[in-house]
Design a protein. Structure first.
Length: 127
């Protein structure tokens, strides 16, 4: 299971000592709260996270996927979630993962994607 830190809560609760912290991780389906003695597991998992998105980045650089694919992966989104945020049908999002279709998108759709992913349109167009 890969662990990605979303937020670390300070150790000011009575039942938590200096050796532990509460953190949230994404288990592939939802955010889960967990207490752990050391944050070391999270630090190594963050490295794992970057290892997982690197192949997608390489596919974008080799023009096999559009930058949208990278930003979806980087922001822990999936096609279904992006569709719910933007109102763009899932089948169109899947089509836009191909560079030839992504490059033809109008500003309105690019703005929807950028807004949902929390980035600018310029950032959306590159990796």
């Amino acid at each position: 299971m890969n662990v990605i830190v979303k937020e670390v809560i300070p150790d000011n609760k009575e039942n938590i000592n200096d050796d532990g912290q509460i953190y949230f991780y994404f288990d592939g389906k939802e955010w889960v709260e967990k207490w752990e003695r050391k944050l070391l597991a999270c630090e190594t998992s963050i490295a794992d996270y970057f290892e997982e998105i690197e192949p997608v980045r390489q596919q974008v650089l080799s023009n096999q996927l559009s930058p949208l694919a990278y930003h979806i992966q980087r922001n822990l989104f999936n096609v279904k979630l992006l569709s719910s945020y933007t109102g763009v049908p899932k089948r169109l999002i899947k089509k836009h993962l191909k560079p030839e279709h992504f490059n033809q998108l109008d500003e309105e759709v690019l703005n929807k994607y950028a807004y949902a992913l929390g980035i600018s349109v310029e950032e959306l167009k590159k990796v």
